[in-house]
Design a protein around this ligand. Sequence first.
Ligand SMILES: C[S@@+](CC[C@H](N)C(=O)[O-])C[C@H]1O[C@@H](n2cnc3c(N)ncnc32)[C@H](O)[C@@H]1O
Length: 267
Amino acid sequence: MHGDDLAVEVSAMGCKSDDGSKMALCPSLQYGRRTFQEGRLATGAAKTRFTAWLGKQHRRLVYVDWLADLGPNPALRRLRLPVCSQIVQFGRHAWRGRLRAPRRVCVPASPIAKVCAIRGHARRYGLRLFVETGTCFGATTAAVAGLFDKCWTIELSEELHAQAKRMFAGTNVECLQGDSGTVLPKIIDDLPAPALFWLDAHATGGSLTADAGYDPILREVEAVVRSPLRHVALIDDARGHNFGEIRRLAGPTRCSMRNDIIRIAPA
Ligand SMILES: C[S@@+](CC[C@H](N)C(=O)[O-])C[C@H]1O[C@@H](n2cnc3c(N)ncnc32)[C@H](O)[C@@H]1O
């Protein structure tokens, strides 16, 4: 190759030209630089995704550890961890010098499991009326109201009750304000047919939620089982209740506990 041609070729690849000025890159090199930059961008995005994924896995492990520390609970559903998570959990225990096997992990029922339990019992027992204690933000009632002809929901907090009233205005949901231990027996006396009860009134420690200073669940169960109608009651957060006492009130053949829900149904 002639010396001048070589100079042009080298300079065209982005090197200094003979007169010392920087030459423009040839099209193929520009393309190469662009793909290199795109590659760097893609690597950056992949790194961000990978970091986010690592963070998610870490949070998941911390949650599993927290659940494991709660210990086994017959009221809760046993969590089946995937084999790789079991191995990681075991490794973490060993790393911390705890050489015994990680504890059984149990989880409270998810909101969707609660809605499924309500739907399942309503269908199975042909119930068209729904009564909830503890409205809170009205999420459960809103999710199941379409299944029933009429719903009642009782909330102690005046603010939450006012919110729910606005939310359910013009629907088949009637919002009542007061202590469910007092209001529920009155509703039961006026019910024309068997109903499905979702008993979920308790202090939660939230800034808006109310605390009656006692747990109304035994009064509620007493009112349900005293009624001559064949009602069905589901009690949420079974892990926080005295199952023995509820079973004694409802009768052992009618009462069972699964997936963090106590179920009282006709024998
Ligand atoms: C766990 S939250 C209810 C959640 C709601 N049932 C749902 O599924 O979305 C409990 C609610 O019960 C209310 N509450 C507490 N004690 C009560 C009582 N004695 N009577 C009625 N509501 C009560 C609290 O203010 C709180 O809003």
